[in-house]
Ligand binder design. Structure first.
Ligand SMILES: Cc1ncc(COP(=O)(O)O)c(C=O)c1O
Length: 343
């Protein structure tokens, strides 16, 4: 994993020590899963690939990340972030786990915190869907809302400020390479097993952890695999463009081959279509990813190129029921007021 080794030289100046450290984190993840009654029976990851209609002979396969125990791909990284914190001695049994998030990581952390016995405090913008907060509180987590106009960055900054070691541990998913390792070890490995001849992987970006980890894994097997990032044209709930001062520390643009931008109304319409045509209730970022994958498939078909595209569907649709995502056309508002600046 040469690119991986470049990520955190300040903590692990020697590559061998760095790689040995990650082996300990992996072993810790396995122990956490095996010793937690829920996770021993309902594993994180191992999500199914579902075939969607092909486009011009190009096959589309959706990785259903809503099938994780808390309903999103973030279960994968939270397990790794916790294992990393425990290994580094930052998490003791009564440590409060803190994170700034637009939602899915908070729900995963609240759920896993409950399953593993840790108190959890989440900072979240006040303009994300109400279900997210309700879910976190259902798992017993404390939730503090930050101004919606500051976006996810406002929530991250609030978490940074609230962080008070050793009483609390801030998971810092945007900067912690354990986020990337989780997708390298699990999402990427599963895709290669389920679809060994994958030609392209398409996924929306938040922290970019999914794309970074999967790209490393897939390109290790075949450097020609195309890695496609899906960015919001303006705003899509849960997503951010990793540009300028919003660039997460874990983001390495060399691991991305291209970007496709999708508009929020189109993403929501695609999510409705997935629900009504296939009975698959997933969030708007999945709709955006599906649209981007179809666009890519049309291009491949036009160039006479076949192949299989795997597309990441990050989360569960039920956590968007209070938004206008699934409203019948006649009940839809002209403008969704829950907006944050492009981030
Ligand atoms: C709904 C949704 N889709 C996609 C993602 C992207 O995941 P990643 O953080 O790995 O880029 C996120 C991240 O928060 C998300 O909330």
């Amino acid at each position: 994993m040469p690119l991986f080794a470049a990520h955190d030289p300040s903590h692990f100046p020697h590559v061998d020590a760095f790689l040995a450290y990650w082996e300990r984190v992996r072993a810790r993840v396995a122990r956490l899963q095996g010793s937690t009654p829920l996770l021993a029976r309902v594993p994180v990851g191992q999500t199914p690939l579902m075939e969607l209609p092909s486009v011009g002979g190009v096959e589309l396969w959706a990785k259903l990340e809503n099938r994780n125990p808390s309903g999103s791909l973030k279960d994968r990284i939270v397990l790794y972030l916790l294992a990393d914190g425990i290994e580094r001695g930052l998490i003791e049994p009564s440590t409060v786990l803190i994170e700034g998030t637009s939602g899915n990581t908070g729900i995963a952390l609240a759920m896993l915190g409950a399953a593993l016995g840790y108190p959890v405090k989440i900072f979240m913008p006040d303009n994300v869907s109400a279900e997210r907060r309700a879910l976190m509180e259902a798992f017993g987590a404390g939730v503090a809302l930050t101004p919606g106009e500051l976006g996810t960055d406002g929530a991250i900054e609030a978490a940074r400020q609230a962080h008070d070691p050793p009483r609390s541990c801030w998971l810092a998913q945007h900067e912690n390479p354990a986020n990337v390792l989780a997708h390298y070890d699990t999402t990427g490995a599963e895709i290669l097993e389920q679809c060994p001849d994958v030609a392209a992987f398409v996924a929306p970006t938040g922290t970019t952890g999914t794309l970074m980890g999967v790209s490393l894994r897939l390109k290790e097997r075949d450097p020609e695999v195309e890695i496609v990032a899906v960015w919001p044209e303006e705003w899509i709930m849960g997503l951010r463009c990793p540009v300028g001062d919003k660039k997460p520390k874990i983001y390495d643009e060399r691991l991305i081959d291209r970007v496709i931008e999708i508009a929020d109304p189109d993403a929501k319409a695609a999510a409705r279509e997935l629900a009504r045509r296939f009975g698959l209730l997933v969030g708007p970022s999945s709709g955006a990813a599906w649209l981007a994958a179809q666009r890519l498939a049309r291009e491949y078909a036009a160039r006479g190129r076949g192949g299989r595209i795997v597309v990441c569907f990050p989360d569960e649709g039920a956590r968007y029921l209070s938004t206008d995502t699934f409203l019948h056309e006649s009940a839809r508002t002209q403008n969704d007021t829950r907006r944050e600046p492009r981030s």
